[in-house]
Design a protein. Structure first.
Length: 310
């Protein structure tokens, strides 16, 4: 047997020995047993029914609570208008208790019996909250009706005020018209206004250059509306050149002071009154058109232009 054959023989024997050793190890090593399955006790039918009922009741109460919140939400922020803050406090307190009970039901692992007790508490709290919400909504409705009534009253008052304002304006306009009518009616009226030149002898003179006085004559017409008593009549005589003849102060007319030629007082008894007022001439007057105005009580009673010749 050569060297190569010996190597092959011994190698085969080694492989067989390793295989036999592995078989013996497997046979002698004890096998692990599967872990025992613990039996989970099943709930009986009564407990299952109670659990389902509890879950249903909890869901139903949660829905009721959300509906109540939705009812109040439409009036959110309006509780400040409630005159009785007690309602708002009661509502918030009941809402807090219900939220607490719901949280306990959702988080705690209680028995069905304990859950039923909390659900009964929830039912009672929900009933209380319903009463509070009903009262709350009634109060809000009452306030809304009051506000609507107040708005109507304000609108009516505004309309009435507008009517009164219109009436006041109309009355003021009528009063102004009446005042103007009375003012016009009480104004004295004159007729037969005339201008006459007088010479140094006091006789009527046709030649204006010889005049030493100018006489303004007129008649005051009867007027029962005018106030009777002492009246001050004033005349203004303007030369053809526009200068004022004479000069005895001024009178008020149209909010201004008007210089006049001469004044004279006379008693007026609402009847006809004849007047003559003289204006002194200090320089030789020139021929031409002379303008004469008569004033009394702030009115201009008449105005006329006279052509005076040489």
């Amino acid at each position: 047997m050569n060297k190569q054959q010996k190597i092959i023989l011994f190698s085969g024997i080694g492989v067989v020995a390793i295989i036999v050793a592995l078989i013996v190890y497997v046979i002698m090593t004890p096998q692990e047993t599967e872990p025992e399955q613990k039996e989970v006790p099943l709930l009986d039918a009564t407990e299952q029914r109670d659990s389902l009922q509890n879950a249903y009741d909890q869901l139903e109460l949660t829905n009721q609570f959300e509906q109540l919140e939705a009812q109040v939400e439409q009036f959110e922020g309006q509780e400040k208008y409630l005159k009785d803050d007690k309602i708002v406090k009661e509502y918030n307190d009941a809402k807090e208790r219900i939220n607490k009970l719901l949280g306990e039901l959702n988080s705690e692992k209680s028995s069905n019996k304990q859950n039923r007790e909390k659900i009964k508490q929830l039912e009672a709290e929900i009933a209380t909250l319903k009463d509070i919400v009903r009262h709350y909504l009634q109060e809000m409705e009452r306030l809304s009706n009051e506000n609507a009534e107040l708005r109507t009253q304000l609108q009516q008052s505004a309309s009435r005020n507008e009517e009164l304002t219109t009436q006041v304006q109309q009355t003021a306009s009528r009063n102004e018209q009446l005042t103007n009518q009375v003012r016009v009616a009480s104004k004295l009226n004159i007729t037969a206004l005339n201008l006459t030149a007088y010479n140094k002898k006091g006789k009527a003179e046709k030649n204006i250059t010889k005049a030493r006085q100018l006489g303004v004559s007129f008649s005051v017409a009867p007027n029962n509306t005018a106030s009777a008593g002492m009246k001050t009549f004033a005349v203004r005589v303007l030369t053809p050149e526009g200068t004022l003849l004479g000069g005895q102060g001024s009178v008020s007319f149209d909010g201004q002071q008007v210089a006049v030629s001469a004044v004279k007082q006379a008693e007026y008894d609402n009847g006809e009154l004849r007047m003559m007022i003289y204006v002194n001439v200090t320089a030789t007057p020139t021929p031409g058109d002379y303008t004469v105005d008569v004033f009394c009580d702030g009115h201009r009673l008449g105005s006329r232009r006279f052509t005076m010749k040489k």
